[in-house]
Design a binder for this molecule. Sequence first.
Ligand code: ADP
Ligand code: MG
Length: 322
Amino acid sequence: MAGEFELISKYFAKQKLTRGDVELSQGDDCALLISPPGTQIAVSTDSLVAGTHFLENANSKWIGHKALASNISDLAAMGAEPAWVSMAISLPEPDEKWLEGFCEGFFSLADAHNLQLIGGDTTRGPLSITLTIQGFVPIGKALLRSGAQIGDKVFVSGTLGNSHAGLEVILDKEKRLLPNASVLEKSHYCASSRANFGMLLRDKASSCIDISDGLISDIKHIMARSNVGADLHCDKLPVSQELVEFCQDKQTAQNYALKSGEEYELCFTVPQHLIESVRQVAENESVQITEIGEITDSKMLKLFRNNKALQENVAGFDHFRS
Ligand code: ADP
Ligand code: MG
């Protein structure tokens, strides 16, 4: 059975070092990193715990992807450029087949973002992965949750709702019989984050957040930090064709879009005079963006469908309430 140090050298120390700002990577007590002048370092940590964020028997390649995608998404939401990541992993046993899949998912996404694994910790225990990611943003240019202004328009990237439908497929055998079940299950684990697009929103978006707990929950974070309200038009929420087929109608799909977490799309606000420029950037990047509402002075979240106010109160995800 492989020991701790064999596992580290076989699985975690094999990424080619291509970044000039990593003076010393794994292997010593600390990594030594050089931050570019004129930048701030954006830092974020996310954990994925078996039984809470994924089922123990889920495809390990997808888990490797998802663990990193959720961290990259936090950098994207700040407009930061991914640079370095460290990993604390706890494994019940040294299951090499599991590790091979995990590393395949993790390193293919890391390499695609020129992101270096610079260190970590490997221990035995219940399956869980905690990543700390670091990226650069020019001083003062980070996208914050606190900048939304009354009159700004609210946008989202991509489509929403697939992740929630995928989770239903994972948890409920009967849903596996519905159209597109396996595509949606995969999109729950393999959503991609918007690192490049986030960077391009610097100087354009007034606030930004990534959709990790669900649109309702996440827009409320922008509202609280910016001290504003928002009107959202549910009939405008972008949903995939796969989801509409799974739900059998568009309105149900758009209800999924309101609460679906772990989407890793961006929700951002844009002052009216910058909307055209944001649309241009999105088009150049081939990122679909959709205007879904407006920032208001009401301090409340109001939902509309076909311009009629809705009464229903849809909650987002909260680990200690749901
Ligand atoms: P220490 O005893 O100083 O904490 P370790 O023996 O835990 O060091 O780890 C040895 C080296 O391997 C360190 O440089 C550490 O950063 C790296 N390392 C351990 N686990 C991982 C991992 N899961 N991913 C990346 N690097 C790791
Ligand atoms: Mg250690």
